[in-house]
Ligand binder design. Structure first.
Ligand SMILES: NC(=O)c1ccc[n+]([C@@H]2O[C@H](COP(=O)([O-])OP(=O)(O)OC[C@H]3O[C@@H](n4cnc5c(N)ncnc54)[C@H](OP(=O)(O)O)[C@@H]3O)[C@@H](O)[C@H]2O)c1
Length: 217
């Protein structure tokens, strides 16, 4: 096993519990997220539908803590960023019978998806239903990839990311990770409230989408 493969599964959180991270989808947004992990020196596995060899050079160009892997390996992580098209989420969800014990960060934007298809629910609530047993946090999706991929230390403050979840513990866990990645997390509460502020609405957007805010302490 290469040295980085071993290191990827050994990152303790504040409580000393070993936490592992993965990004599923290594396109524009997946790569922007990977840059944040690389900048912070945190190991993260990245996976697509393809053989990891095919995107190993892109991962290496971002940094040595970005580890190309298979989807089967990536889903072993504790915290998983879902950086695929919204339409692809059911396919990824099928990779495990239960996502119990895992936190899924839904960065998808269901742009163009009709309100009837969502049946009045937040798009992240639909994702949460697909990822049976998992805890879902909506977030890191309100900015374009070229902005999200930049160093979040700006103008003497920190770039804001919005988080919404029906699970307070998971929201706190991802807020702590966002801080480690250099962002200023702002909790928006439950998916049915906060989630709607940071999601696509058919061919429009929730009020906080593309609002590039900086927090000063
Ligand atoms: N781009 C942005 O500025 C931006 C901003 C905010 C939010 N978002 C959201 O982020 C998500 C990703 O957007 P993107 O622009 O990064 O898209 P993208 O460049 O098209 O990348 C999509 C990635 O998902 C992978 N993928 C697709 N189906 C998969 C599956 N079943 N299992 C594993 N990987 C799979 C693709 O891998 P293959 O190459 O193997 O198909 C590809 O790496 C979307 O939901 C989008 O709405 C994007």
């Amino acid at each position: 096993m290469p040295h980085w493969a071993a290191a990827a599964w050994l990152r303790p959180n504040k409580q000393g519990i070993l936490m592992t991270y993965a990004i599923i989808g290594f396109g524009k947004l997946g790569q922007a997220l990977a840059k944040a992990f690389a900048r912070s020196g945190i190991d993260v596995s990245v996976a697509t539908t393809r053989d990891p060899e095919s995107f190993a050079a892109d991962a290496a160009a971002i940094g040595p803590t970005v580890i190309p892997t298979t989807l089967a390996q990536a889903i072993k992580a504790d915290i998983i960023f879902l950086a695929v098209r919204y339409e692809s989420h059911p396919e990824v969800a099928k990779a495990l019978p239960t996502w119990q014990g895992k936190t899924i960060v839904d960065v998808t934007n269901a742009y163009g998806v009709l309100a009837e298809e969502l049946k009045g629910r937040a798009s992240a609530a639909v994702v949460a239903r697909a990822f049976t047993g998992g805890k879902v946090v909506k977030g890191f999706n309100h900015l374009g990839a070229p902005v999200l991929g930049q160093d979040p230390a700006v103008h003497g403050g920190k770039r804001v990311v919005f988080l919404a979840s029906d699970d307070d513990g998971a929201a706190a866990e991802i807020a702590a990770l966002a801080e480690k990645l250099g962002f200023a997390p702002i909790s928006l509460g439950a998916l049915a409230k906060g989630g709607l502020l940071v999601q696509a609405r058919e061919k429009g957007w929730g009020q906080l989408i593309l609002k590039d805010l900086v927090k000063f302490d």
